[in-house]
Design a protein around this ligand. Sequence first.
Ligand code: ZN
Length: 148
Amino acid sequence: MGYREIVKVGDPVLKKTSRKVEKFDEKLARLIDDMKETMYKAEGVGLAAVQVGVLRRVVVLDCGDGFKELVNPVIIEEDGVQEEQEGCLSVPGEYGITRRPATVKVQAQDRNGKWHVYKGAGLLARCFCHEIDHLDGILFTQKVIRKD
Ligand code: ZN
């Protein structure tokens, strides 16, 4: 399959809650590979499955420190506050400042079902929060505190 079309704001699917992944099969591996290709082609730093129209709790991201795939991700710790600019591949041309934790710890499975713990600060922490929000039907535009 490869590249998949990115769903844009206005499509009701973006407001839906994604379901937990239970089957770690070939279909999941293909979805993750397609999301990876789509994210890099679109020059994004993160992509949630709902953004390609699949309501499963799957996220891919690369904030400049390597590719990560997160299946069923959960934020297990957060600390501090940061206010930085955010954007989204599903909301082209729109940016705004959001308030996010300065650091987060995330627990997630990979395509084989193995659990990992990731720590993120700065952009990576924002990215974890932004993408996990997508899995609960939340867009960054709902969290913008100011536009400058
Ligand atoms: Zn987004």
